[in-house]
Ligand binder design. Sequence first.
Ligand code: PLP
Length: 460
Amino acid sequence: MLLSVSRDGRQRLGTQIETQLRGAIREGRLRAGARVPSTRDLACQLGVSRRVVVEAYAQLAAEGYLTLRQGARPCVAETVRGRVLSSPGAGVPAATPRFDLRPRTPDVSAFPRSQWLRCLRDALRTMTNAEFGYGDPRGAEALRSALAEYLGRVRGVAAVPERMIITNGYSQGQGIVCRALAARGARRIGFENPSHPEQRRVAERAGLEIVPIAVDQAGVRLDELERADVDALVLTPAHQHPTGAVLTGERRRGLLTWLRRRDAIVIEDDYDAEYRYDRAAVGALHGLEPDRIVYAGSASKTLAPALRLGWLVVPARLLAAVTDEKDLADCGTASVEQHAFATFLARGELDRHLRRMRGRYRSRRDLLLDELARALPEATVRGVAAGLHATVELPEDYDEHAILDQARRRGVTLMTMRDFWIPPGTGAPTLLLGYAQIPIPAIPTAVLALTDAIRSTRQR
Ligand SMILES: Cc1ncc(COP(=O)(O)O)c(C=O)c1O
């Protein structure tokens, strides 16, 4: 490949490599899917240290230009072509952020592809003919058993395979529980405020009325809950989404008292509890009241959203109704993937993957916090003991809208608390910065670009 570097000291070697590769991709000389030299080959060709090339590639991967995969030759990202061609002459392709700080997706570039492939192969080899037919709508017994063992061991969930239902992600799980509750006469469901808007829509579609319940640093507020007159409640107790608060022991006890007195149902969304960095993880609420709590989990944060795998542990009195809703929805989740996941769990692959990723995310979080402390001393950073994002609260007179706009112009996409309030929510301007998808070498530059965006809104 025709690349060259100059050693006249005017530009860093890595920057020269990045600029030339970025230019070649934008101008279409390097097409989507095209392979680029390995870091070792390019370092050799240019006579530079391999680290310089590794960092340049990591930057281009963070910007969306390259796809890096362990054991495979780096190549130009598949997403690049359409975007560049659809905006000819544009500087940065509009839809491709240089830095994606949205708190949504884990680092899917680290998905354990070869381990998953082995498990898929084994599933195809060992599944019986009968297992290729319509099965139990609750899901494959092998997976329900493997998950029950995993959830009991890792999250303290009182799970038995008979009361588990495998779903297409958390979202479907919440949907079928809400429909089952509505069919039994439930009318009002509490949601933490702020919370995930899509999940509120799922509950609304099931015919339930959304009731906002405020959240503070200790989690959901019990005084509001007492006044709310709800039949059910969706909660993220291990790591409130999106504030990052952990429901305190005192609130947990109060919540359980409310739950029993009211004979309500809690849907416990345990979406990212495996990521806890500074202390041991808090166990799931479910183990404390399994007859009134539906436990809901997902592989979307631990592995990848593309798997569309989730699970429920359902109280006995709701089991038939929720199983019926699952059956009506799709006659059951795809079986081959369920068998592959069962083997993946039984072989300890998920434990290994999480151990590896926890270390990686912790380093990214620590560097992000250092950079933010230096660059934005006026900000208060919260919610970083667990999960995959930080909440960054700014002084009252900062303008979230203007910051988002300026950040976008600098190639930084992020979300703010505004995206999660139940209208007409209010609160201090707060940025949500996901660090799962941004590699270490790109973090300082991303924070620099973000800070520049924030400062530019203060100069007007
Ligand atoms: C709060 C919360 N719960 C659950 C999920 C997982 O949803 P699903 O399993 O449908 O991908 C997400 C994913 O973004 C989330 O933000």
